[in-house]
Design a protein around this ligand. Structure first.
Ligand code: NAD
Length: 509
């Protein structure tokens, strides 16, 4: 069970199988490629040749290496040719019965110590292995598309898997230049599970009418540094792929509110508005490019600005915002209470503007909130109460946009956009680690590589402060009465004890 893998087979020569064959062959492994569709494996090998030729022409691969790589990939015309391999990775159609049947056929051909790995993205590895004579040799080996570029693979232990099988797959992943992250067999494994926060919280915001998709995307991209906004991502992935995943993970976790789907994406799916490939999703597209995308909100012209009274929850926020407001030319009031003409600019955590006005005892008609979690030198989110006067909202917008930094004005929302999104991401990540689905390191590294987030969620949570995130979640839970926002034990305990979110308790002996 511990010998190195030198010969492997890939069954299913589609998008994923071809990519897996490529990185394995590039790592010096002999690969047999099989597909039950006539000519498919041959075509996949031809496609691989083209890919390698392109890499050579771009100077990314030496000509000799490309030839050697291609030479290592051979087409098998029947499963019996796979009898001598050390590992089979199946990347066939995502259907439980088909995968179970394939493993049964393979067990009749391969040696007893040959590993059978599945690239399933949504089925249970335990269920796939259920009918096997030796279920202990089955594990998940879940790559991401495009395989050569997404340098992460989930190594999944089913309930019956021998841990040494996963160890060998992790060693193989490292040889192929991929980071193998270890997951227990749970819905969505690590990366698709952790990704639930970004997608479903964005939909939740839309459901609450906080802002248009483009505005939410802009805040998360420019304010928090995500490569794509959640709605841009939905359009790229396409709702015919992502909506069923949202529903499936929600149901597999027995309607856990943290994973709650939205009616909107089902409707869009039924209308055929699945995203970029359909020309219409949350945005409209022509030739794969966005068209008529909403422009940033126009900055109102305000001749005379009122003085500003600032309400913050801590001294650092107070100092930062005072400096900014003075740089922008505002007259900042110093009194304990605002004057009768002041714009009341509040910087709360986890509150909506309505409850912030109550918390700071300001006039709701003159209250506008600014998100203090965002780096205000980079992007600013403003949020009036439902009672805020238009002249006060415009004054806040005009003032905060004076230096050209982007500003989004949203409707009243608990935790603005960025606070609630980041709190959800970190809380969910803590839950994944608490449930022992993954280690802290694998979770953070997997999300960074697999989802492209600027930081691993737990490291990100530490940089923002666990205590602050706990406050956001507690207040959101209280204000919404929605258990979706309840702080999980991982985050709550570490925040309460002043520990890092990456802190792991010593194991019990
Ligand atoms: N496409 C992705 O982004 C992605 C990402 C991660 C995991 N996956 C998983 O990888 C697997 C393959 O996905 P894909 O996108 O490469 O699919 P694909 O449709 O591109 O390729 C599947 C291939 O498997 C072949 N096939 C089907 N049944 C077979 C069988 N019984 N025996 C041999 N060959 C068979 C088909 O002919 C086809 O060539 C699925 O389990 C999928 O969930 C896909």
């Amino acid at each position: 069970m511990s010998r190195e893998i030198n010969r492997m087979a890939v069954v299913g020569a589609g998008v994923m199988g071809t990519g897996i064959a490529q990185i394995a062959a590039q790592a010096g492994i002999q690969v047999l490629l099989f597909d039950n569709r006539e000519g498919a494996a041959r075509t996949a090998r031809d496609n691989l040749k083209q890919t390698l030729d392109t890499l050579v022409s771009k100077g990314k691969v030496q000509g000799g290496d490309a030839l050697a790589t291609l030479d290592r990939v051979q087409v098998a015309t029947s499963l019996t040719e796979l009898k001598d391999v050390d590992l089979v990775v199946e990347a066939i159609i995502e259907r439980l019965d088909a995968k179970q049947a394939l493993l049964a056929q393979l067990e009749a051909v391969v040696a007893d110590d040959c590993i059978l790995a599945t690239n399933t993205s949504s089925l249970s590895v335990t269920s796939i292995a259920r009918e096997c004579r030796r279920p202990e040799r089955v594990a998940g080996f879940h790559f991401f598309n495009p395989v050569p570029l997404m340098k992460v693979v989930e190594v999944i232990d089913g309930l019956a898997s021998d841990p040494r099988v996963g160890d060998r797959l992790q060693a193989l992943a490292a040889r192929m230049g991929h980071r193998g992250i270890r997951a227990s067999d749970t819905p969505g494994f690590i990366i698709n599970h952790a990704g639930r926060a970004y997608s479903t919280e964005a939909l939740q915001m839309l459901k609450e009418g906080i802002a248009e998709p483009a505005e939410i995307d802009r805040i998360l991209r420019e304010g928090l540094g995500f490569r794509m906004g959640p709605f841009e991502l939905f359009d790229l992935t396409a709702l015919d792929v992502s909506h069923p995943v949202i529903e499936s993970i929600y149901n597999q976790y027995y309607q856990e509110p943290r994973y709650r789907p939205a009616a909107l994406t089902r409707q869009m799916l039924e209308a055929g508005f699945v995203g970029r490939k359909a020309g219409r999703g949350f945005y409209r597209y022509a030739n794969g490019q966005k068209v008529d995308a909403p422009q940033p909100q126009a900055v109102p012209v305000v001749e005379v600005l009122p003085p500003v009274w600032l309400g913050t929850e801590n001294e650092v926020d107070h100092a930062n915002l005072t400096t900014l407001l003075e740089q922008l030319g505002a007259k900042v009031e110093q009194g304990a209470t605002p004057s009768s003409e002041a714009l009341c600019l509040l910087a709360p955590y986890g509150l909506d503007a309505t409850s912030a006005a109550v918390f700071f005892a300001t006039d709701p008609a003159r209250t506008v909130c600014i998100d203090p979690l965002l780096d205000i030198a980079r992007y600013r989110t403003l949020m009036p109460t439902p009672a805020t006067r238009v002249d006060m909202r415009n004054a806040a917008h005009a003032l905060l946009a004076r230096d050209g930094v982007g500003v989004s004005v949203i409707s009243d929302s608990v935790g603005f956009v960025a606070q609630r999104m980041l709190a959800m991401i970190v809380n969910l990540a803590g839950d994944i680690v608490q449930q022992r689905i993954a280690s802290v390191e694998d979770l953070d590294e997997g999300v960074r590589r697999g989802l492209g987030y600027p930081q691993g969620p737990l490291a990100w949570g530490d940089s923002v402060g666990a205590r602050r995130l706990l406050t956001i979640l507690e207040r959101m839970t209280q204000l919404t009465a929605d258990p979706r926002y309840r702080p999980g034990p991982w985050l709550r305990r570490r925040a309460t004890l002043g520990l890092s979110l990456r802190h792991v308790e010593p194991t019990l002996t």
